[in-house]
Design a protein around this ligand. Structure first.
Ligand code: VG1
Ligand code: CO
Length: 543
């Protein structure tokens, strides 16, 4: 059919945030809105002619509708072949894997991650170039610049592709391969982890509960845990993806993964619990009546990495986002490897992974991953933990306590204040930034301030820079408070306050986290005037 060139005008709000463009479904469905952004990707990223594109999403409302539109646009823009997950499904790490395995030009991933779905929920579009990782800022800046000047987009008027039928389809001259979203990914996992040992663990009666939260990891976890690793049926709960995630909030933390938490902290709790988010890149790990902070998870995986076949060669280096606790720094120091500190968002790990400087990476926001793909990877982390439990014979809790014994414990919490009016949140940050020069050397809540700044980053590989990445205040005793505004929300502003304190005395490593950090939490409020600025007496979500 003939290419239709549609005149359009720019939208002024298509700047990608921490992880792609995230908007309300109602915004995405405005006429030309999705098309403009997709055309901007095609225009801004060189090399699409005759290339292979990977396409899929987390299954939220409007996923398949958007895919049909993007297929027609891809054909009109000279893409030769699209690999699309069956039923339009691809997890974020799954897409990263497929992009790399099939040497694609790039991938478009439709997800708003852990944000609620459904017609009134959120939607998102991410572009990952050929390395399979989130586009670095130089690319997202180019895409954004294109959205500001766009005047037309190209599309075909072709019938819908049947996304439920595996195999080859066509949109005009363009080939559409509907692929099993799990196959490449599961094969990669089998190369990284000791599946025999994990199978033996389950055969021996080890019980786990994996909460897919009605999001994209359902099919992945069911295939890998129950079919390939022999975990009993029912190990995966909420395993069927729903376009509104069953009305839930597919965020794997103690607040939102309530079914899982009930199981792991109840009577007859299984040995291990895990959950993943909407698009499958986050993970939460639980032992029996035991919560593993994401920062500790990264430290434990680093400490024990050589126990997994895929990492037997050792870890070249590690990287963590700035607000992530410094537990992994201590492990890295003990192992004699480099530890990099990057701004928030997986896109900042890409160059370090590509250059072989970092093998493992992590964020406090339930994100862990490695150089096996270029995204954080929820199920990968779960399999890594299973591998460690299987080959060491230790429980999840024992593995964490062993790490604390070796390098000390860092008490860690994040307090989120969601849905603040944007001007109030911006005022709070501006006032905080203004007082930074005077903070050094003062005593706050009984602690001496050793450093107070706004985190800036220079990428050690390509020299690119990123400024204003979050206010951090470091104290003489090793405690730290970090403040930043979220870049993934779609309504108002979210203030994130990250609070940590090291505790090296084994006799004091078993205190409730909020109690252990109570005085620092008070200091964090006093320093930034959180209550005064926001009118809130406490956070909305504590993780
Ligand atoms: C949040 C997290 C960040 C993570 C990002 C994307 O960003 O803090 O660590 O990389 O979400 O994760 P922000 O700007 O809201 O703090 V996902 O699973 O939503 O793609
Ligand atoms: Co996610």
């Amino acid at each position: 059919s003939a290419i239709r060139v549609v005149p359009t005008t720019p939208f002024d709000d298509q700047k990608p945030g921490t992880s792609g463009l995230r908007k309300k479904v109602t915004t995405i469905r405005r006429p030309h809105y999705l098309e403009n952004f997709v055309q901007a990707i095609f225009d801004a990223v060189p090399g699409r002619q005759g290339a292979t594109l990977v396409l899929g999403g987390d299954g939220r409302f409007h996923n398949t509708g958007a895919i049909q539109t993007i297929l027609r646009m891809a054909a009109a823009n000279g893409i030769a072949r699209v690999l699309v997950g069956r039923d339009g499904l691809l997890s974020t790490p799954g897409a990263s894997c497929v992009i790399r395995e099939h040497k694609a030009w790039g991938g478009i991933i439709l997800s708003a991650s852990h944000n609620p779905g459904g017609p009134d929920g959120d939607f998102g579009i991410k572009f990952n170039p050929a390395n399979g990782g989130p586009a670095p800022e130089r690319i997202t800046d180019a895409i954004y610049a294109r959205t500001r000047e766009i005047g037309e987009y190209c599309i075909l008027d072709t019938p819908e592709v049947d996304l439920s039928a595996l195999g080859t389809h066509h949109v005009d001259d363009m080939v559409v391969e509907v692929i099993d979203p799990v196959a490449d990914y599961a094969a990669l996992m089998e190369r990284l982890f000791d599946f025999d040992a994990i199978r033996a663990l389950f055969r021996g009666g080890f019980r786990m509960c994996f909460d897919a939260m009605h999001a994209v990891t359902g099919p992945y976890a069911t295939e890998i845990l129950e079919r390939r690793l022999g975990a009993p049926a029912g190990t995966v709960i909420n395993g069927v993806p729903l376009d509104d995630f069953g009305g839930g909030h597919p965020d794997p933390n103690l607040v939102h993964a309530h079914d899982l938490v009930a199981a792991l902290f109840g009577d007859d709790a299984p040995d291990m619990g895990a959950a993943s988010d909407g698009d499958g890149d986050r993970n939460m790990i639980l032992g029996r009546r035991f919560y593993v902070t994401p920062s500790d998870s990264l430290a434990v995986l680093t400490l024990n990495a050589t126990q997994a076949p895929g990492y037997a060669r050792g870890v070249a280096g590690v990287a963590r986002s700035m607000p992530t606790s410094r537990a992994v720094d201590r492990v890295a120091a003990q192992l004699g490897i480099d530890c990099y500190e990057t701004p928030t968002g997986w896109k900042f790990f890409g160059t370090l992974l590509d250059a072989g400087k970092a093998t493992l990476c992590g964020e406090e926001s339930f994100g862990t991953g490695s150089d096996h793909v270029r995204e954080k990877d929820g199920l990968w982390a779960v399999l890594f933990w299973l591998n460690l439990v299987a080959v060491t014979g230790r429980s999840v809790e024992d593995l964490v306590r062993d790490m604390w014994r070796q390098v000390g414990r860092i008490y860690y919490t994040r307090h989120d204040y969601e849905g603040i009016e944007t001007p109030r949140a911006e005022r709070l940050m501006a006032d905080l930034r203004a007082c930074l020069p005077d903070l050094f050397g003062t005593t706050q809540g009984g602690r001496l301030v050793m450093l107070a700044d706004d985190f800036g980053y220079t990428d050690p590989v390509d020299g690119s820079t990123a400024g204003k990445q979050g206010v951090r205040v470091l104290f003489e005793d090793g405690s730290r408070i970090v403040y930043r505004l979220s870049g993934t929300g779609t309504e108002g502003a979210t203030l994130r306050v990250y609070i940590e304190r090291p505790e090296d005395d084994p006799a004091r490593q078993d205190v409730d986290t909020q109690a252990a950090l109570a005085d620092l939490i008070a200091t964090a409020d006093a320093l930034a005037g959180i209550q005064a600025h926001t009118g809130r007496s406490g956070p909305t979500v504590i993780t």
